[in-house]
Design a protein around this ligand. Structure first.
Ligand code: ATP
Length: 300
């Protein structure tokens, strides 16, 4: 892998199931050291994309490179450098948590035992429990421990927090995922597909929103927060007639106006600075609000 090469590079990916176009011409580029959010509504094509890049599904067409190589040709090399937590995990039901982790560790060149103990303690998982008796959330916890302990270069997480209770979830995202990246800054990359966008807000560097198997928006989180602003304007008289491009008006009430900017917030704010302007406030949308706004705007 060359220095300037992306960790994941997907070009024009198409994957159909019979007549369903699950992924339809998708491009995605994940740079080294970034935490990349992959967002979309149910059925948008996230899991299909992830399975294609892990060579669990064969693309109908398009090109995929992970660490600069083709997952269909160099599957073993790629899999030794990444860990994947699927949306539904299953283990051999007769194995205990201890056995399961030992079994999974046996496939790995490296396994951080201290980290394993620390995570078991943090999750409050009893290692003597049989996998078959674990709750959905506890199974996810085991899968997350198994993904983090090899300290891979790339973590691919598909709905990693589904089934976790809110306390474990918050703890996991802040401390576990954060610590995974911080322990080798700039070298640990995450691709995370999640519906719990707000919980990952502080970690996401870049993101892509897909819909109907196509990319709708790709941006850095900072640039997105800069561009998508919620604006409140109050005037001393009736609302002036203004041409406000690239906005979605969310409330119009007497002399008050609320809107969301989809681009160039400064230009919008300047237009609102009329002689009758009484109050003008703006603040960045959260990533979750950006997700909702983007998809609602697309439906209009
Ligand atoms: P979710 O957020 O609900 O997990 P997703 O974005 O991961 O959704 P996919 O699972 O990739 O979406 O599904 C994309 C589309 O492909 C959907 O229309 C789905 O019905 C279809 N699909 C997925 N798997 C199969 C399959 N095995 N056979 C037929 N169609 C499938």
């Amino acid at each position: 892998m060359k220095n300037n090469e992306a960790v994941i590079e997907i070009q024009n990916l198409v994957r159909t199931y019979g007549k369903t176009d699950a992924v339809n011409g998708l491009n995605l580029r994940v740079e080294r050291g970034r935490c990349y959010g992959f967002f979309g509504r149910n059925g948008a094509g996230k899991t299909t994309t992830i399975k294609c890049l892990l060579n669990l599904l064969k693309p109908t067409s398009g090109s995929i490179r992970v660490f600069g190589v083709d997952p269909a040709r160099d599957e073993v090399e790629i899999k030794s450098r990444l860990a994947y937590v699927p949306d539904q995990v299953s283990f051999y039901p007769w194995m205990t948590v201890q056995d399961t982790l030992a079994y999974l560790a046996s496939f790995r060149k490296h396994w951080n035992r201290d980290l394993e103990q620390q995570l078991l303690k943090q999750f409050g998982l009893k290692t003597s429990l049989k996998s078959g008796t674990l709750s959905k959330g506890q199974k996810t916890q085991v899968a997350l421990i198994a993904a983090i302990c090899p300290e891979p270069e790339l973590l691919v997480l598909d709905e990693p927090t589904s089934g976790l209770d809110p306390i474990v979830r918050r703890d996991f995202i802040r401390t576990v995922i954060g610590a995974y990246q911080d322990s080798d800054p700039g070298n640990r990359t995450i691709l995370v597909s999640t519906h719990l966008i707000s919980e990952f807000e502080g970690l996401i560097d870049d993101f892509t929103i897909i819909d109907g198997g196509r990319e709708v928006l790709t941006m850095s989180a900072d640039a997105a927060r800069q561009r998508f602003q919620k604006v409140y304007a109050r005037f001393t008289g009736p609302l002036p007639q203004l041409e406000l491009q690239d906005t979605v008006v969310t409330r119009r009430n007497g002399c008050e106006l609320e809107l969301v900017t989809l681009d160039q917030p400064e230009a919008v704010l300047n237009r609102l600075r009329q002689p009758t302007m009484d109050k003008l406030e703006s603040h960045a949308l959260s990533l979750e609000e950006i997700f909702v706004t983007t998809l609602q705007d697309k439906q209009r």
